[in-house]
Each structure stands twice: as structure tokens, then as C-alpha cells.
Design a protein around this ligand. Structure first.
Ligand SMILES: [Zn+2]
Ligand SMILES: [Zn+2]
Length: 160
């Protein structure tokens, strides 16, 4: 994990008059250990692997802090649970393609898309504050070959 992430959070926490805690740092470490999106429940499970004593309430509070200070973003994947994305620090304008067949989420960046969003927004008299878009799409592989690994994984209930 980039040490810059932790120091950004710690600066923010300090400004709020809160203290640094080891438990919070475990949660931040778990959140940024990979580029996987996660729900609060999933983050709790990851953090417990580092420190089994991690409490669920602290996970919830730490997620809020990370969102407030801009380290983490809540993204809308069209599911009825909140999903958090740790990848906006490295890629502030990245987009998501979500497969409606297998729910696989693909992240991508495209300069033309960013320019287009910029132009459209300015034409309407605004300035974009975030340029992320979500595309829902059908799986080509499923159509042509009748199966898709992600779909099989999803049916088996496997995650990660
Ligand atoms: Zn993402
Ligand atoms: Zn698929």
C-alpha cells in the first residue's frame, strides 16, 4: 500500500481532533491491499484476516472517514448493496462496465470518453466534478460460446 494513503487519512483524522488507532490502520491496509471493489462486510472479512479482533463498527466508521477524505468512493453497480472502490486515487476518471449476464465488473479508462463528458458538461453550462461512467453490457462470450467463466463462478457463489 502507498504510505501516502495512510498519511492522507491521518492528516484528516487529526484535523477532526481524532486519534490514530492501530485498528483503523489495519482496515485501511485491508482496503488498499488490492484493487478489488468491496462491500463493508467484505472489508470486515479482509481486515479480520490481518487482525481477528477488528470490530464491524470500526470498519463502518473507517469507511465513512475514507469516503469523506476522498480516498474511497462509493460506486453504483446497480446492486442493492453499497460497494466501495479503492482505485480512484490512481485513476480518478476510470469507468465501469458491468456485465448484466455475469455481473463481472471491468474497469477501463479512455481519454476520448473523458473529453466527450467534459465537452457535453460544459455545453450544458457546468463543469464536471467527476467523470466516471457506468456501462451495462451483455457478455459476448456467453452469446457466442454459450458459457462464460464469470457466470459459472457467480453461480458457484465464488468471489475473488
Ligand atoms: Zn473502479
Ligand atoms: Zn460474462
Amino acid at each position: 500500500m502507498d504510505p501516502e494513503i495512510l498519511s492522507r487519512l491521518n492528516n484528516y483524522i487529526q484535523k477532526k481532533g481524532m486519534r490514530r488507532t492501530a485498528q483503523r490502520e489495519v482496515i485501511v491496509e485491508a482496503a488498499f491491499a488490492s484493487d478489488d471493489h468491496f462491500t463493508s462486510e467484505e472489508l470486515w472479512n479482509k481486515a479480520k484476516k490481518i487482525d481477528p479482533k477488528t470490530s464491524r463498527a470500526t470498519v463502518y466508521r473507517t469507511i465513512s472517514l475514507m469516503v469523506e477524505c476522498g480516498l474511497l468512493k462509493e460506486i453504483d453497480l446497480g446492486r442493492d448493496e453499497r460497494v466501495y472502490d479503492p482505485n480512484f486515487i490512481d485513476a480518478p476518471d476510470h469507468n465501469h462496465l458491468i456485465c448484466v449476464d455475469c455481473s463481472k465488473v471491468i474497469e477501463f479508462q479512455d481519454e476520448n470518453a473523458a473529453t466527450l463528458i467534459d465537452c457535453m458538461t460544459r455545453r450544458l453550462g457546468f463543469r464536471p466534478s467527476s467523470k466516471s461512467m457506468r456501462i451495462e453490457a451483455c457478455c459476448d462470450k456467453l452469446r457466442s460460446e454459450g458459457f462464460c467463466e464469470s457466470l459459472i463462478e457467480m453461480r458457484l457463489g465464488k468471489k475473488d
